[in-house]
Write a protein that binds this ligand. Structure first.
Ligand SMILES: [Zn+2]
Length: 324
């Protein structure tokens, strides 16, 4: 053990007793302090040798420090007594440096042991990153292929988190006034369909997760380059990234749920949106990859069938979708 390395950590009383110049029970007076040899954390506790006001402390402590005196002799003092020293006292200043270094070493140790565990590895983070990339590409493809007018309509829905496809329904009632037939028309706005998993289309939700995962990848890589000079700040950054990994995993899981919900939509109802566009054929052909009926019967036929069933069901005579 390099005794002049003040970051020694004494794990047993025997290790302390072996130090050249150590004298059990030797009083420590702050005026005689020369050098801090390290810290100890011992069980059972050991008697503190701090000497002040004409008496020796003798309180048993788990935690304390090994100190060298001007005479070259070595003794121990409990942490509580050192903490009572004035801020200008050299021993207290040395202890502060030592504790900072100890916490840095602890952090390195815990980071390196985490890397050994299979919980988070570079390969795993890389795979997760690819999962996000695949999701993002699917959403991008959706927006790229959908006709632009419908895309605007849906983007508006995504932005306002409003999943309702609404339409105006018309109801006609015939009545007679003095033998003359009259028609009363009532218009009502109704929700025709609620889009499931609309959040899947929200790229703003997935983008930040992707960029944060890049940082996690960087952090896992950085663990390999940790050495005894790596500053505490850097270690904290790495630890924070690793800690947030599970949170990102959760968001990705949520996003995959949105996708599942979205794919569970009855896409036949999406043909209702066709009334918004001039070139309906391109929208129908877009939908044919999502709906078997649209693929088999064609968009126009499905549109008619859906429309009929809505009108039968609601008792209306006509419906039209407004472009907002
Ligand atoms: Zn004491």
């Amino acid at each position: 053990m390099d005794i002049k390395n003040k970051f020694n950590r004494f794990k047993s009383y025997e290790d302390i007793a072996k130090i050249d110049g150590y004298i059990e029970g030797l009083p420590f007076e702050k005026e005689n302090y020369k050098y801090l040899l390290g810290g100890y954390r011992l069980n059972p506790k050991v008697m503190c040798c701090f000497f002040s006001n004409g008496r020796i402390c003798h309180t048993p402590h788990n935690r304390g420090f090994v100190v060298e005196l001007l005479s070259g002799e070595v003794t121990i003092v409990g942490k509580e007594c050192v903490k009572k020293l004035g801020a200008d006292e050299k021993l207290l200043q040395d202890v502060k440096v030592l504790e900072k270094e100890e916490s840095r070493q602890d952090k390195i140790e815990s980071l390196q042991s985490r890397l050994k565990s299979p919980l988070i590895t570079f390969d795993e983070v890389e795979k997760t990153y690819d999962r996000v990339l695949a999701l993002e590409n699917e959403i991008k493809a959706f927006w790229r292929e959908i006709p632009s007018y419908i895309a605007h309509y849906l983007q508006d829905k995504v932005r306002t988190d409003n999943n309702a496809i609404r339409a105006n329904m018309e109801y006609e009632r015939e009545y007679f006034v003095k033998g003359e037939k009259k028609v009363n028309v009532e218009i009502e706005r109704a929700v025709l369909y609620r889009i499931k998993g609309l959040r899947f289309l929200n790229t703003d939700l997935i983008k930040p997760v992707k960029s944060r995962l890049s940082s996690v990848k960087g952090a896992v890589k950085a663990i390999n380059s940790i050495n005894s000079n790596t500053p505490q700040k850097k270690l904290n950054e790495i630890a924070n990234e690793l800690n947030s990994y599970s949170r990102y995993l959760k968001s990705i899981g949520e996003f995959e749920e949105y996708k599942k919900e979205f794919m569970n939509n009855d896409f036949r109802f999406f043909v209702l949106l066709a009334s918004l566009v001039d070139d309906k054929r391109s929208f129908y052909s877009f939908l044919s990859s999502y709906s078997e009926d649209v693929e088999k019967l064609g968009g126009k036929r499905v549109y008619q069938k859906v429309k009929e069933s809505i009108l039968n069901h609601s008792g209306g005579v006509r419906f039209y979708i407004l472009s907002y």
